[in-house]
Design a protein around this ligand. Structure first.
Ligand code: HEM
Length: 319
């Protein structure tokens, strides 16, 4: 693989014009500069499927613990334990195992009747109206409600929590996201976690408070308050941001392809595959563990060109 000069093809994750239709640039990157270096923002982008796949699983050469978003990597902030997605083995493995013990398919399945009920109530209320805003009326509501049910955030506070999580990830068009020193620390959930410690319930927060696990030092213990705050923050952010965007994007794509929308309406068994197709690949940026991992002696960074940075823009960003 060779590093091409920036003159041949230019990819800038903050460029509003490129982001409006990034596919021609992505195509050129794959063809002309599979290992692309951006001089202006100092990052590498890998765009060929096989290269991305090889890098994602190579957790020795390409680490996650400096962040998974370009701005976060560059901000060089301390990433708190419990952030999962921004951790490497062995701590990642321990934290991931713990989360999968408490955040189970069974737990989500148990919420299904409530989720269906929420969707039906939201959509039934819109029947007969002249039209509705697919994102505002459903896309931005449903994930927030579901994640809050899961975590145990009381209904009156759910919107405020979503807005604070969103604010943390918001970017202005054409500009990088501003990363604060307490990014991912989750202090906004402090009050709920403290209340739950006194008032256990059947939710994820209670489970996280009570779960015992063996940490990286071999000690069996419960999570600290700070670790729980980070876990809760990560799950709240992971669930709200991603799914809201998925719904918005799926709505746009189906509006542009009414024939396919009709097919889904006629045959709902096609829906799971349609959802798989609506989100295209992971938003990932990892850091090279050593400069030689990307074959360079300068600051070595690795980022896939999927949604590494556009992931932090608006709900209508292309996947
Ligand atoms: C459209 C919806 C979603 C997409 C596209 C998405 C995408 C991703 C991706 C690409 C990763 C990184 C995987 C990696 O580093 O190998 C990830 C990690 C994660 N996601 Fe999601 N996600 C979605 C929804 C959710 C939801 C609803 C939740 C929770 C309620 C969630 C919780 C997590 C967690 C906890 C991790 C960290 C896992 C780990 O590092 O072991 N995600 N997600």
């Amino acid at each position: 693989m060779t590093v091409r000069g920036a003159n041949d093809v230019y990819y800038d994750p903050y460029d509003v014009a490129i982001n409006a239709d990034p596919y021609p640039v992505f195509r050129r990157l794959r063809k002309e500069a599979p290992l692309y270096y951006n001089n202006t923002h100092d990052f590498y982008a890998v765009s060929r499927y096989d290269d991305v796949e090889r890098g994602l699983v190579d957790n020795e050469a390409f680490i996650s613990s400096r962040g998974g978003i370009l701005e976060l990597i560059k901000a060089d902030v301390e990433i708190p334990p419990g952030s999962l997605i921004f951790e490497d083995p062995p701590i990642h493995t321990i934290h991931r195992r713990l989360l999968s013990r408490v955040f189970t398919p069974k737990r989500v399945a148990a919420l299904e009747p409530q989720i269906r009920d929420f969707c039906a109530r939201s959509l039934d209320g819109l029947v007969g109206g002249g039209g509705f805003d697919f994102v505002a009326d459903l896309g931005a509501q449903m994930p927030m409600r579901v994640i809050s049910m899961l975590l145990g955030i009381p209904e009156p506070d759910q919107e405020a929590v979503r807005d604070r999580v969103d604010a943390n990830l918001r970017t202005a068009p054409g500009e990088p996201m501003q990363v604060s020193a307490d990014f991912a620390k989750g202090e906004m959930f402090g009050e709920y976690v403290d209340w739950r410690a006194e008032h256990p319930s059947d939710d994820l927060m209670t489970e996280l408070l009570n779960a015992e696990f063996e940490d990286e030092t071999g000690t069996t213990r419960r999570l600290t308050r700070d670790e729980i705050l980070t876990y809760v923050f990560v799950v709240a952010g992971a669930g709200n941001e991603t799914t809201t965007r998925l719904i918005g994007w799926a709505g746009k794509a189906l509006a542009e392809h009414p024939d396919q929308r009709r097919q889904l309406a006629e045959d709902p068994s096609l829906i799971p595959n349609a959802i798989e197709d609506s989100w295209s690949g992971p938003p990932t940026a990892t850091t090279a563990a050593s400069p030689t991992a990307t074959g360079s002696t300068s600051t070595a960074r690795w980022a896939s060109t999927s949604r590494s940075v556009t992931a932090s823009t608006s709900a209508s960003a292309p996947p």
